[in-house]
Design a protein around this ligand. Structure first.
Ligand code: PMP
Length: 471
């Protein structure tokens, strides 16, 4: 399964370009590994994309947060963050990772005084098919004992143990490592739970140390409906070596056969008949939304509840501004400045109209383009203003975008893109190949959406500008 990292990430209440989703260097989780996390799978189904095992993931997250002492977060807030990330990336199927971290510094160890914040990353996958069989080494690093209250929590720092064990496996040419409990019985694979089949009975290790896997629970439910007996028992390593079938389960691995352990090839074929039966049941759940298990295990978006109804698409035209547009342009620029500053209203000085007029009349090098509804020359849905500058460091003229504004009710109709297109056409006609813009800094609420827009329009970072006002 090829995974492609998506370009938008949710960070503490906002969707931001993935490369800007950063935590401060002194963040508590960065320093102490105190983020509780979950990984989800998004599956395409005939009834739209669905998350698998959402409630169980959220419950496990709650327990991880509780055992760490993180401040609680409303499940609704987390669910909304997941779907915002999925929608923003237009994801139909993939892998979604959620981290809840203490939003505070590392001057003290106790994370509980800090509010919790969420980070949601997404990866697009090209298929949801089952993965090929894998080989396991036997790790000399063991899982922490059940006496540790954190043993079963999914906490980022705790995964240093898994990471080291996985590194050892790769070094020895295995796909993953078998983790043993302190008493030498089988715990799980690095990053997945483990099952064996012997004489048509399914065995899996008891939980105290291993992660209470969502997929593990699903497989036990499938087995119950298929009348395959399941036994949760302490599993000695010897039982695994003589098993009829071995497979691992997890959000990433789904149901995946194991072909060899510690270099010893297990009985073939892979997948074995019971593993295959369970895989088929899994597929049936995905293909039939009416399936009884699907209705309990697959959850669709909740965002309709939060998203305002889209405004009817309106046909519009882009044209050069005329003098009669001046009041509409002034109103649009005022709204833009109020939005950038996060204030209800912004009053432009009365002389602003003179500047507007000079640009429209061609007395100052530059241009203003407006978007009008088709057949209505007076309403302004959006505007872009630009001036032509000269600078020594550029060696010639360049276009500086001064203001770009689209009426909030008419966003997502490509008006911004088309206004930008008008600027490009104008620049080419003037023989100018360089277009620049100054962005608000990241403290302003509109920074991320503005940055994202220009990045999509193929603008590149070259450093912020600063300004000094002369007395
Ligand atoms: N054990 C460990 C150590 C894991 O990291 C995972 C993956 N989250 C699992 C088991 C399987 O859990 P799930 O089925 O919920 O992904």
């Amino acid at each position: 399964m090829a995974l492609e990292f998506c370009s938008s990430t949710y960070l503490n209440g906002r969707i931001v370009p993935t490369e800007l989703a950063c935590l401060p260097a002194d963040n508590h989780a960065v320093n102490f590994g105190t983020a509780a996390f979950e990984a989800f799978r998004l599956y395409p189904t005939p009834n739209g994309s669905k998350l698998l095992g959402l409630d169980l993931h959220l419950n496990r997250l709650r327990l991880s947060m509780l055992s760490l002492g993180l401040s609680p977060m409303e499940p609704e807030e987390i669910i909304k963050a997941l779907w915002q990330t999925i929608n923003q990336n237009n994801l139909q199927q993939g892998y979604v990772r959620l981290l809840v971290y203490p939003n505070g510094n590392c001057l003290a160890l106790d994370p509980s005084p800090f509010p919790s914040a969420a980070l949601v990353m997404a990866w697009r996958s090209d298929s949801s098919g089952f993965l090929p069989p894998l080989t396991l080494g036997i790790s000399h690093i063991r899982r922490p004992s059940a006496g540790s209250t954190l043993a079963r929590a999914k906490i980022s720092g705790f995964y240093a143990v898994e990471a080291a064990a996985d590194r050892n496996a790769k070094k020895q040419g295995f796909d993953g490592n078998l983790m043993l409990n302190p008493d030498g019985t089988i715990c799980e694979m690095t990053g997945a739970n483990i099952f064996i089949v012997k004489d048509s009975v399914l065995y899996t290790p008891i939980l105290p140390q291993s992660i209470d896997g969502v997929t593990r629970r699903l497989v036990i439910e499938f087995a119950n409906t298929l009348n395959i007996p399941v036994k949760e028992v302490p599993l000695p390593l010897g039982d695994l070596m003589v098993a009829d079938e071995v497979f691992v389960t997890g959000t990433y691995h789904q149901i995946r056969p194991v072909s060899a352990v510690g270099g010893q090839v297990l009985s073939s074929p892979f997948p074995g008949p019971v593993t295959q039966l369970l895989q088929e049941r899994f597929q049936k759940m995905l293909d039939n939304p009416e399936d009884e298990i699907a209705s309990r295990w697959l959850t669709g978006t909740v965002l309709e509840k939060f998203t305002p109804k889209p405004v009817a698409q309106q046909a519009y035209q882009i044209r050069s501004a005329e003098l009669t547009d001046i009041p509409g342009i002034i109103a649009g620029v005022s709204s833009l400045l109020a939005e950038i500053r996060g204030i209800p209203e912004f009053q432009l000085p009365s002389t602003a109209t003179n500047v507007c007029q000079r640009v429209i009349e061609g007395k100052y090098p530059g241009a203003i383009f407006v978007a009008n509804p088709q057949g209505d020359n007076h309403s302004i849905l959006g505007l872009i203003t630009l001036t032509v500058q000269e600078a020594i460091h550029v060696e010639s003229s360049y276009v500086l975008i001064q203001e770009l504004w689209v009426h909030p009710e008419h966003r997502s109709q490509n008006i911004g893109d088309n206004l930008m297109q008008a600027v490009e056409t104008y620049s080419r006609q003037q023989g100018i190949s360089r277009i620049e813009v100054c962005l608000p800094t990241h403290e302003f609420p509109t920074f991320y959406s503005t940055y994202h827009f220009y990045q999509k329009s193929k603008f590149h970072d070259f450093g912020p500008r600063m300004r000094k006002m002369l007395e």
